[in-house]
Design a protein around this ligand. Structure first.
Ligand SMILES: CC(C)(COP(=O)(O)OP(=O)(O)OC[C@H]1O[C@@H](n2cnc3c(N)ncnc32)[C@H](O)[C@@H]1OP(=O)(O)O)[C@@H](O)C(=O)NCCC(=O)NCCS
Length: 108
């Protein structure tokens, strides 16, 4: 797993929070995920960070694809996935949470 912290330029000591991360997810497929502190939403930070992580995954790590697991009602995450060029691939059951989640996918 790779994690990147997002630091605010005006206050580099304060990370916006977690990160973009690459983990081995469903069926061993590499996953790109994101989570920022809520007081940093709406500034384009997640798009900027996730775009950099996607490009690193495809260019440096030479991954053949990335997926993201997103709850259908998570509008902000769905919008972000779209901005990254991801498409909705399918909906699956998450047995741990006993609910459905969407699988988004993109390739280089
Ligand atoms: C998902 C999450 C990372 C999205 O954060 P976000 O700030 O909405 O995402 P973006 O970086 O794409 O920002 C987009 C917004 O910034 C605005 N923005 C402002 N300045 C901008 C700029 N210079 N460039 C781009 N967008 C900018 C956009 O207009 C857009 O506004 P809108 O939300 O009113 O449409 C955040 O909601 C989050 O951490 N959620 C909790 C965790 C979570 O759900 N994770 C995902 C699990 S699947």
């Amino acid at each position: 797993m790779l994690n990147w912290a997002v630091a605010l330029e005006l206050d580099p000591t304060k990370a916006a929070n977690e990160v973009d991360q690459l983990a081995t997810a469903i069926a061993q497929r590499p996953e790109l995920g994101w989570r920022l502190a809520s007081d940093t939403w709406g500034r384009g930070l997640a798009t900027e960070a996730a775009t950099a992580a996607r490009d690193d995954a495809f260019q440096r790590l030479a991954l053949a694809e990335l997926i993201s697991i997103i709850h259908p009602e998570n509008t902000r995450s769905r919008r972000l996935a779209g901005k990254l060029g991801m498409s909705l691939e399918r909906q699956i059951d998450n047995p741990v949470l006993d609910r459905k989640v969407d699988v988004w996918q993109t390739s280089p």
